[in-house]
Design a protein around this ligand. Structure first.
Ligand code: 6PG
Length: 237
């Protein structure tokens, strides 16, 4: 893991990783000035982080009025669906923390026309965060096939250079997705990957080799930080 690009931080286990990342997000948001623009990741790993952010002591240590919450990707599902990344964030954090109304920007995965929804989100990012959009933090996971957000191997989304959000095509249900593009991710001030489990070794090695989609995450002038648990770090060999 010493060859992963950027900074590498190793936690003993998923709970320790959730402690470390949630604390880092508190600190990043405190240092962000008047607005903290964050894109939340989906999947299983972030759940424990979001629960910690919404619980004491962190929930009282964070100035939630600064937070502007976006999403790294979303499945083609309504916001109340178990498959929805918005549902994950809402049920673990957003429905309890006092983020001002109008500061949570959902990707409309339920839209009948996902291309239009992607274009709408791309415009929202440009309007609210600039061109290119400057997130203070983008949270990302890593799939076992090296995908991140909904940027999957051998898909058109990997090559999108003229938009900040686009349609993604997954190789597992739900197949249809919305995702940030590399131009949006790579303009961020800080990108944080969270990777747990012994099944991510091949994906991590593919990032080092530059063959995984996640290897396309190269912040132009921002920080790149990998949080791994011991199982993921050891699986790299
Ligand atoms: C999604 C995520 C996806 C996820 C990775 C890792 O919508 O599924 O955005 O990119 O981050 O698949 O998922 P785990 O955290 O469950 O390993």
């Amino acid at each position: 893991m010493t060859h992963l690009p950027g900074e590498v931080r190793i936690a003993p286990d998923p709970e320790g990783l959730a402690d470390a990342v949630s604390g880092a997000l508190r600190d990043l948001s405190a240092a962000s000035g008047s607005r903290f623009a964050i894109a939340l990741a989906g999947g299983r790993t972030p759940r424990a982080m979001y629960v910690r952010l919404a619980s004491e002591p962190l929930v009282s240590q964070i100035d939630w009025s600064r937070w502007h919450v976006y999403f790294s990707d979303e499945r083609a599902a309504p916001p109340g669906d178990e498959a929805s990344n918005y549902h994950l964030a809402e049920s673990t954090m957003l429905d309890t923390v006092p983020i001002p109304c109008g500061q949570v920007y959902r990707m409309h995965g339920e839209a009948p026309d996902l291309d239009a929804a992607a274009a709408e989100y791309s415009s929202l990012l440009a309007t609210t965060l600039g061109t290119p959009p400057r997130f203070d933090c983008v949270l990302l996971g890593l799939g076992t096939n090296g995908h991140t957000a909904s940027l999957f191997p051998n898909t058109a989304a990997l090559g999108v250079a003229n938009a900040y959000a686009t349609r993604g095509l997954a190789d597992y249900q739900p197949y249809d997705r919305l995702t940030l593009t590399f131009p949006a991710i790579n303009a961020a001030r800080c990108v944080i990957f969270t990777v747990t489990g012994a099944d991510k070794g091949d994906a991590l090695r593919a990032v080092v080799a530059g063959t995984a989609p996640a290897a396309g995450v190269k912040p132009s002038d921002g920080r790149l930080i990998w949080y791994l648990d011991e199982a993921a770090a050891s699986s790299m060999g």
